[in-house]
Design a protein around this ligand. Structure first.
Ligand code: AMP
Ligand code: ZN
Length: 437
């Protein structure tokens, strides 16, 4: 295979040099962190008062973990380390109510993010001859602009088509000769099903590659998309707290995602004991960003379960590879790429006085896409011959949920006592999607 590297000197850097670079960047990042109210206090509690207090990479483990709740508590500017006038962009995590987790970028931060993204894209074999259709949400979600900037940096012609509207996606692909797409794996399967439904011929398209991420999927799903569409699919992993996409990406070997270790320090911990697992074992990924000055985040508990491949990659990159994300150590659901916590749904429906105590959240596949149904109990008075009040309440619940979780669910109202009474949280959620990871 003919491998191509965006920054060969960094991508193939010997491990000892890479670790020295990490230490240098970690110290710098600690400097940014000490400029934030949150970390000044947090680092102070463990005796870190200036960057030189970090002597080796092992000193990182003195620092307490940072959680999503910390980021929320620090809203809006608790994690900002530069003057506001130096900030040029913000992004926020999907699927959070009330206080989102907000990340700020300086102009240099955006350049570094774009560069990391270009590394990922170029590493899959893309060049400036490619036409890249970015079929994922733009906006506060990092997936849209992240890949967009990286694609432009590589010199591809980027079509910012955004997600949804398959008919228009096909037209764009045909009109402009799209060779590469980016989407969630479920959307790619949906696109393929639609192609057959509306009679778009594979021969009318010149697509050869797809980047798929934002939600978990299995090796079987990858193979299915690859054979149905006759393309190569590359796994893309990221989270908004760590810039979004470009944290880890597959190279042409398509066998695990290289995590850019000059930009992140990755640890895998046991989510129960919080101790590191043995190299190669599965645990929760904890990340420290080394490439962002405006919003430093140290030892962030991603809640994503994964592990490292221990053997080196044939491509020659020295940055370690992450396995596919096999699950989460919390109850977050990912529905068509959007993060949803059951507690957000609970908050909305329990805030409505007409609604009883029992509810059930059901997630299932409808075709290739995910479908969310929220079932709740209501008092007997509403079940009369006149269906209007019932429909109005359903619609109100649906609309309120949509505002809160950015997804429009199907709502079902049931008579009191008809839904199973559940004590544990898990029973309130039925995730019926096939688990083939
Ligand atoms: P967000 O902060 O909204 O970008 O969501 C980030 C979360 O999406 C991650 O923490 C993962 O749980 C999930 N995610 C992103 N990319 C992937 C991927 N390639 N495979 C599995 N899960 C992913
Ligand atoms: Zn590789």
């Amino acid at each position: 295979m003919n491998f191509q590297y965006w920054e060969p000197q960094i991508e193939k850097m010997p491990r000892s040099e890479l670790e020295a670079l990490q230490l240098q960047k970690l110290r710098q990042e600690i400097g940014y962190a000490l400029a934030t109210p949150f970390y000044r206090e947090r680092l102070g509690t463990v005796g870190i008062k200036n960057p030189d207090d970090i002597k080796t990479l092992a000193d990182l483990r003195r620092i307490p973990f940072t959680t999503k709740n910390d980021l929320r508590d620090g809203f809006p500017y608790g994690f900002l380390s530069i003057p506001k006038e130096e900030v040029v962009r913000l992004h926020a995590s999907s699927g959070t109510t009330g206080t989102p987790t907000t990340i700020y970028f300086s102009s240099d931060d955006l350049k570094r993010w774009t560069n990391n993204m270009a590394r990922c894209i170029f590493g899959t074999g893309c060049t400036k001859h490619d036409v890249f259709q970015n079929m994922i949400s733009y906006g506060l979600f990092t997936g849209g602009l992240g890949l967009h900037q990286g694609g432009e940096a590589v010199g591809m012609l980027v079509i910012p088509s955004g997600s949804g509207n398959t008919a228009r996606q096909f037209k764009l692909m045909q009109d402009f000769g799209t060779t590469v797409v980016h989407a969630t794996p479920s959307f790619l399967l949906h696109v393929e099903a639609k192609m057959r439904e509306v009679g778009v011929k594979r021969e009318s398209l010149v697509i050869k590659r797809a980047f798929a991420g934002a939600e978990p999927y299995s090796e079987d799903t990858r193979r299915r998309i690859e054979s149905l569409l006759n393309i190569d699919v590359y796994n893309s992993y990221g989270l908004s707290e760590m810039n979004g996409p470009s944290v880890a990406f597959e190279c042409q070997c398509k066998n695990g995602m290289h995590i850019w270790e000059d930009a992140y320090i990755a640890e895998i911990i046991d989510p129960e004991t919080l101790e590191p697992v043995k190299e190669g074992e599965i645990g929760e990924l904890v990340l420290t960003i080394l490439c962002r000055e405006a919003t430093p985040v140290l030892r962030y508990r991603s809640r994503d379960l994964t592990g490292f491949y221990t053997e080196p990659c044939p491509c020659g990159r020295t940055h370690r590879r992450l396995r596919r994300i096999t699950g989460r150590s919390d109850d977050m659901l990912i529905i068509n790429g959007v993060n949803v916590f059951p507690s957000q749904i609970e908050e909305v429906i329990m805030g409505m006085k007409e609604v009883g105590n029992n509810y059930l959240i059901v997630v299932e596949k409808e075709g290739a896409l995910d479908r969310l149904t929220v079932k709740t109990e209501v008092g007997p008075d509403i079940f009369t011959d006149d269906s209007r009040p019932l429909n109005a309440l359903k619609e109100r619940i649906r609309e309120t949920l949509q505002v809160s979780i950015s997804i429009s669910p199907r709502v079902e109202l049931h008579e009191s006592g008809s839904l199973p009474v559940s004590e544990g949280k898990a029973v309130r959620v039925q995730d019926k999607r096939p688990k083939d990871v």
